[in-house]
Design a protein around this ligand. Sequence first.
Ligand code: HPA
Length: 275
Amino acid sequence: MAHTSAQVDSAVAAIRSTTKAEPEVAIILGTGLGKLGERIENKAAIPYGDIPGFAEATMETHKGDLAFGTISGRPVVAMEGRFHYYEGHDFDAITFPVRVMRALGAHTLLVSNAAGGLNPDQKKGDLFLIEDHISFFAGAPLAGPNDEKLGPRYPDMIEPYDHGLINLAGRICGEEGYDCRQGTYVCVRGPQLETRAEYRVLRMLGADAVGMSTVPEVIVAVHAGFRVFGVSVITDLCLPDALKPIDIREIIAVAAEAEPKMTRLLERMIAEVNQ
Ligand code: HPA
């Protein structure tokens, strides 16, 4: 039932009893970015269980800490472990940390994920800069009473992903020699993969990549006034006429192989992003 500013205030108060950190950049360490958490200097981590309103992380592969410190010399707050709808979390739980990171002072949100490539021009392991999204299948995280202190009733979605950050990422990818393209990400609820017919529909709708996360957090981030950047690693190709059975080990291997690129891109972005 949508967040209230009182809930956010009590989470912030609990965090403030542990750290006086003033983060500028918030990061959701999704697939392909786990190692960035190890690059946080002067790190202080608060377990989600110690923060009122935070759900418990349920995935074995994710930790479940809110981490503070610096990357590239800039103060950051990072979610080490994110929540997915397919784990059984509702949209309030998935997106609450975004509210809290904003209330702590962060103005820029960086988020990563693994995605399937719907655009035939992509290769496994490529980076994909999210320029726009389709939320039709992802639910409505702002449904319920709107607390005006947290954001407007009808936030526009004219530029959910900041063009300045996309251009910065494109330049860095070019300098580093990383293949990347930009386009539209569509969020599905999962955990099942899509049928051939569904991949065809998603492509017809104009999507270039499909995944099971990110869009709920980004909707709330836009509502909260964050400047947002999203990046995917393309872990598998979802071409309906050449579809192969899913091999989760291969997806994890592709994501792991792309991790150094993703980490380098984000470290450089954090260094270069303006206030
Ligand atoms: N569909 C949904 N999510 C995904 C996929 C996919 O094909 N690949 C990686 N994450």
